[in-house]
Design a protein around this ligand. Structure first.
Ligand code: B12
Length: 214
């Protein structure tokens, strides 16, 4: 089967909200020698994006979106298990990553965490719906070089601004690089709140991070 056919099949399982089929396609694609990262980024991620569009147009409702997200998470777990283990010696930097308070969206944040690990970063994923203080505490505890926050809603985005302020108050702002991401973030938003950069996708994030850490 061509690569694009595998991607299309992955997309379809998400549109069908079929978790069993999603897991099966993930496993079979690995057996067929597909790259797990490509299956995540060009396959399943496309599927959940398409579901998002249908949701926005009112053609899919919240329960459908929830089941699709579960199918996506299950498939991504299988693909992630096939990724090479972290290489401790090659650590390029320590990153604390979480989704801000009030926001339970964590698929994109999880994908960013995986991609950063694969590229040699030590990532501490502190989860979703995370209070600002927890970002700070964790960053201190692991001596983080970078703090990344994800926010998917206009109502929770404010958490990214609060994090910048809290870092300043804690006297830590000059010691860490901050990056923001999520459906509502933009370059303009990052600039406005004083974050170092906005990462649009895993590729964009990794490229910008390497520049900053030089
Ligand atoms: C899946 C989904 C859900 C799932 C989440 C499951 C989960 N475990 O994450 C469920 C069904 C639970 C859900 C719930 C809700 N959702 Co929702 N959801 C989505 C949807 C369709 C897709 C999000 C997604 O996973 N995309 C796929 C991933 C791979 O992409 P991504 O998240 O953008 O992440 C990429 C980049 O942004 C970047 N990135 C992400 N994070 C970070 C962090 C850093 C540091 C960096 C550098 C980069 C980065 O890299 C990622 C990988 O490529 C979006 C629509 C959309 N257009 O985004 C709506 C959306 C985000 N949801 C929305 C809403 C309103 C809700 C609900 C309030 C619905 C409701 N009425 O109850 C609840 C929120 C509950 C809460 N308190 O958080 C709105 C937000 C609107 C707004 N502008 O504020 C959206 C935009 C849909 C819409 N247009 O209405 N949702």
């Amino acid at each position: 089967m061509e690569k694009t056919e595998w991607f299309q099949k992955a997309v379809q399982t998400i549109l069908d909200t079929d978790e069993d089929a999603a897991k099966e396609i993930a496993a079979k694609s690995l057996e067929a020698g597909m790259d797990p990262l490509e299956m995540i980024n060009q396959g399943f991620t496309e599927g959940i994006r398409k579901m998002g569009d249908l949701f926005e147009r009112g053609e899919v409702f919240l329960p459908g979106l929830i089941v699709a997200s579960e199918a996506m998470t299950a498939a991504v777990e299988i693909l992630e298990a096939a990724l090479p283990a972290e290489k401790q010696q090659e650590k390029k930097g320590v990153i604390v990553l979480g989704t801000v308070e009030g926001d339970i969206h964590d698929i994109g944040k999880g994908i960013i965490a995986t991609m950063l690990r694969v590229h040699g970063y030590e990532v501490h994923d502190i989860g979703r719906d995370v209070p600002i203080e927890k970002f700070i505490e964790k960053a201190k505890a692991v001596n983080a070089d970078v703090i990344g926050s994800s926010a998917m809603m206009t109502t929770t985005q404010i958490g990214q601004r609060k994090l910048e302020q809290a870092l300043k108050n804690a006297g830590m702002r000059d010691k860490v690089i901050t990056m923001v991401g999520g459906a509502v973030a933009t370059d303009h938003w990052a600039q406005r709140i004083g974050s170092d950069f906005f990462g649009e996708s895993p590729k964009d994030t990794i490229m910008k991070l390497e520049e900053f850490l030089k």
